[in-house]
Design a protein around this ligand. Structure first.
Ligand code: ADP
Ligand code: MG
Length: 243
């Protein structure tokens, strides 16, 4: 069984169908770049996978557990599925280390000494070992986003969801965040990432999924799909973002 599976998923907000019959299987270790115009349903898809949004039809499973059932243990799910957003939402009054240990202590009931070991390890992984005691407002946007990634990684997720995590950053800070993602990819982390960084999608992604009007309009091998789109919609999207 695939690590993440969406099977005939429909999601509506009132009368607005935002996801229409979405089918997607993500294997362990796969890196899937999700692209598409604003409003095409990319964020909603990630939020459904993480159990933040209920669906009206279809089934989503993560690591063999169904998300789309009233019985789903969402607390448990969110430890297995990490999610990082465009806005990093760090606690401003807590140091980098405490931002990372907090969820471990509260959600996982990890003893403090162990939580600190895990925090130090994940903070080092995102290249911020020297910033353990810094506060968010002492960090650049790129560094704050790396702390948000560390916080998520500390929970030991099986899959990471990234929603346009470099979109709010100044251009010169994008690279340091993408390098963290590359390192995670090299570690074998399974990732679904919504991104406008087409070059990154092509080099690091195994697969590209193009969302259009709430559907997976085109999907395939990352390089092939981005270099030789088959549908006019993807062709015109790529022309718009690349020029
Ligand atoms: N909570 C919500 N209530 C109503 N409509 C929503 C809500 N969230 C998203 N939408 C709508 O769903 C559609 C898809 O949104 P979204 O998934 O955010 O797209 P994307 O991430 O591709 O830009 C949009 O039309 C958006 O306005
Ligand atoms: Mg979005």
């Amino acid at each position: 069984m695939s690590l993440v599976e969406l099977d005939g998923v429909h999601k509506r907000f009132g009368n607005l169908e935002v996801l229409s019959d979405v089918n997607l299987s993500v294997e362990e270790g796969e890196i899937v770049a999700i692209i598409g115009r604003s409003g095409s349903g990319k964020s909603t898809m990630l939020r459904c996978i993480n159990g933040l949004e209920p669906v009206q039809q279809g089934r989503i499973t993560v690591d063999g557990t169904e998300v789309t059932t009233a019985k789903a243990d969402l607390n448990d799910l969110r430890q297995r599925v990490g999610m990082v957003f465009q806005s990093y939402n760090l606690f401003p009054h807590l140091s980098v280390e405490r931002n990372v240990t907090l969820a471990l202590k509260v959600v996982r009931k990890t003893p403090l000494a162990e939580a600190r070991d895990i925090a130090r390890e994940t903070i080092a992984k995102v290249g911020l070992a020297d910033k353990l005691n810094a506060y968010p407002d002492e960090l650049s946007g790129g560094q704050q986003q790396r702390v948000a990634i560390a916080r998520s990684l500390a929970m030991g997720p099986k899959v990471m969801l990234f929603d346009e995590i470099t979109s709010a950053l100044d251009p010169e800070l994008v690279g340091e965040v993408l390098r963290v993602l590359e390192a995670l990819a090299a570690d074998g982390m399974t990732m679904l990432l919504v991104t406008h960084e087409m070059k990154f999608a092509k080099t690091v992604g195994n697969r590209v999924v193009f969302m259009h009007h709430g559907r997976v309009h085109e999907a395939g091998d990352a390089r092939e799909t981005l270099e030789q789109p088959r549908t006019p919609e993807l062709t015109s999207f790529l022309n718009a973002v690349l020029h």
